[in-house]
Design a protein around this ligand. Structure first.
Ligand code: GTP
Ligand code: MG
Length: 197
């Protein structure tokens, strides 16, 4: 089903997103973390979501339909420096509302650069999800930028943090690389369990 993904619409804000139906999974994360690239790798379509070297590429909420009833959602990155504080606060409120109120959202993928995981805003978004019992999958992407040993120790450290916080039943984590397609099967299995079962 992932290979059949196609763009359906862009929404400037949560209020304009499609009516509640079926299921959707959203990709959140800091600007430039690699959200759009991960969606393209997942769907085996390098032209689906616009990617860019310049942070802040995705400014609208983009919807990609997998089947009539299931969608992937590419969210604008948070923490984009050039956006005003007022815009950032508005976006935070919007994202919080989306996570708390969107009933068809069955899971959240939090995309983080493996070299800079669990930054302040990531933790905040994860906490919102936990508040609402929303399953979260942490995608440690750009794994190709680290050697195996250091990459593994980041993964193990985050797993340990999740166990200690007793949220490992709700939050899972994996390594990923859009460049090398590392972890693609693992991601597909996770998203299938959220969307297709
Ligand atoms: P915004 O839309 O600005 O929030 O960014 P984004 O999170 O969608 O990031 P995007 O997918 O556009 O990727 C940002 C940059 O990182 C691009 O130059 C990508 O080519 C690069 N990139 C993304 N994933 C990987 C990866 O797994 N490995 C490497 N080496 N580069 C990656
Ligand atoms: Mg993007």
């Amino acid at each position: 089903a992932f290979n059949r993904a196609h763009f359906t619409q862009s929404a400037p804000s949560i209020r304009e997103c499609p009516p509640e139906s079926g299921r959707e999974v959203a990709f959140a994360g800091r600007s430039n973390a690699g959200k759009s690239s991960a969606i393209n790798t997942l769907t085996n379509n390098s032209k689906l979501a616009r990617t860019s070297k310049t942070p802040g590429r995705t400014q609208l909420i983009n919807y990609f339909e997998l089947t009539e009833d299931t969608r992937l959602v590419d969210l604008p990155g948070y923490g984009y420096a050039k956006v005003s504080l007022a815009m950032k606060q508005k976006w935070q409120a919007n994202l919080s509302e989306y996570l708390h109120e969107r009933r068809c959202l069955t899971g959240l993928v939090v995309v983080m650069d493996i070299r800079h995981p669990m930054q302040e805003f990531d933790t905040m978004v994860i906490n919102w999800a936990v508040e609402t019992n929303m399953p979260v999958h942490l995608l440690l992407t750009k794994a190709d930028k680290l050697k195996k040993g250091p990459a593994n120790s980041v993964l193990l450290d985050i797993k340990k943090q999740l166990r200690e916080a007793e949220v490992d039943d709700l939050i899972s984590v994996q390594m990923f690389s859009s460049l090398k397609k590392t972890g693609l099967d693992e991601l597909k299995i996770k998203l299938s369990s959220w969307l297709l079962e």
